[in-house]
Design a protein around this ligand. Structure first.
Ligand code: CU
Length: 151
């Protein structure tokens, strides 16, 4: 009997060893892989952040973003002298879908009022279509971005 128990134990130990080897080869905790779904799309994220003037460049990064209806874009001002506007009066590059309210990081029609570094301007998009917006002071230098809002 003792001999037989030892025999079975030997098999069990061998089985455990094999399982552990398989686990460590696969990176261990398999549940961590599910976190990648957050950034993987699957309907698109309804919250997008755009950097305004990163590294003092006269650019939005990313320049083109896409969100579903009801989604929000956050513009974070990373260098001085910029704003965000799709008001037709700010630049002839500005475009808004039919029936959509233009948006701007400032009130009224003072298209050269700029935002302080560290500020964030957010806008929630309720009308589908493609919006083209600019930084009014730098529209001529190509500081232009788009937001595509999908149904
Ligand atoms: Cu600018």
């Amino acid at each position: 009997m003792v001999t037989r128990r030892q025999y079975l134990y030997g098999i069990g130990a061998a089985g455990i060893t094999t399982t552990l080897a398989g686990c460590s080869g696969g990176g261990g905790d398999t549940e961590t892989t599910t976190t990648t779904q957050d950034s993987g799309g699957g309907g698109g994220s309804d919250e997008v952040t755009v950097a305004v003037g990163p590294d003092k460049k006269l650019r939005f990064e990313p320049e083109d973003v896409e969100i579903p209806v009801g989604g929000t874009v956050h513009w974070e001002f990373e260098s001085e002298g910029h704003n965000v506007t799709s008001l037709p009066g700010a630049s002839d590059k500005c475009e808004n879908p039919e029936g959509a309210e233009p948006f701007a990081s400032y009130d009224g029609n003072n298209h050269f009022s700029v935002d302080d570094v560290g500020e964030t301007f957010s806008h929630t998009f309720e009308v589908a279509g493609k919006y083209t917006y600019v930084c009014a002071p730098h529209a001529g230098q190509g500081m232009v971005g788009t937001v595509t809002v999908t149904e």
